[in-house]
Design a binder for this molecule. Sequence first.
Ligand SMILES: Nc1ncnc2c1ncn2[C@@H]1O[C@H](COP(=O)(O)OP(=O)(O)OP(=O)(O)O)[C@@H](O)[C@H]1O
Length: 358
Amino acid sequence: MARIELRNLSIRFGAFKAVDDVNLSIGDGEFVVYLGPSGCGKTTTLRAIAGLVDATSGDILFDGRRVNELRPSERNIAMVFQFVSLYPHLTIAENIVFPLRARGVARAEIARKLDWVTGVFRLGDELRRYPGALPPGARQKVALARAVIRDPAVLLLDEPLSAIDEQFREEMRWELGHLQRELGVTTIYVTHDQREAMSLADRIVLMNHSKIVQVAEPDRIFFEPASVFAGQFIGSPSMNLVDLVPVAGGLRLGDSTVVLGAAELPSGIAGHGRPVRLGVRPRDLRLVDGEGHALAVDDTFAVGRERFFTFRIGEAILQGTDHRRAGGGEGRVRFVPEGLMFFDAESGLRIAGGGRPA
Ligand SMILES: Nc1ncnc2c1ncn2[C@@H]1O[C@H](COP(=O)(O)OP(=O)(O)OP(=O)(O)O)[C@@H](O)[C@H]1O
């Protein structure tokens, strides 16, 4: 296990900065998930921690010791990628113990370690089989077992579940989280799948355009996104966004007739003096039978037991949840005050609202 620190880490490929002045401390045994859109620099950061890419500037420290100059094999890390390569002519057991054999570890010790890892990963039946006989998800589990059998200080995982089909992925995700906690190994996991990040991470490191834009526990990043980007990247269905226009009595939603008044607005927001955007998740935008704003509903639809509705403001289509009694009448739209987030329209930063529900 190890603490990891990135200090002013930048990585350039020619003129392009793939990682731009990143600072981060990862605790011993922590499970950190790097999340962000394609090309934002997640994999490059991971590869730099592994020693597969050189830092252009800045430091990478393991337990306070600078490792920039160490080769991958000297860093005591293990890495698992999206596509695993197991040796097809070796059994699962032989594949798993391969790193120990390569290091000349004694037979008794290898047997002990294999026993341990087999128990942790519940691999008993598979051990004598060959990789070709296992489904991709099980092969990935074998790759993980092979990665942890030599007690790495750091486990680096780059989209390890993305090549596995949906159903097995859920199961593997659960299992991976469980295993990581049992092993207590410091883990950095790269994904662009927010659901994976939300369910696995102790903390999420959200990246965009080569920079870290927020580091927080999954719950916090959901309820207190630092910016429009964070608010929209996390949560499904995604957060609605609409520009607010100052009018007498409050803030109007775009060019609609809906005006949010004092009861719905945090104090001071109406007098912000700069353009403000409202962010509201569908769960906090409700079509109800009781009190609310009169709005022309565009469409209603159901996804399983949940019912949704949409309405338009200018070009934008907003989505909310339908809380009317089944077969309900016209309905009114309620904005749940605790769920409203306000962003500076120019900087994109959250200036008010949000927060974990009590
Ligand atoms: N060896 C390289 N040479 C030149 N450019 C590179 C190299 N490696 C990565 N890049 C570029 O750096 C940027 C960041 O890539 P990176 O793989 O870190 O992104 P990512 O966030 O992991 O996205 P993805 O999920 O698509 O892998 C990309 O624009 C990529 O094309």
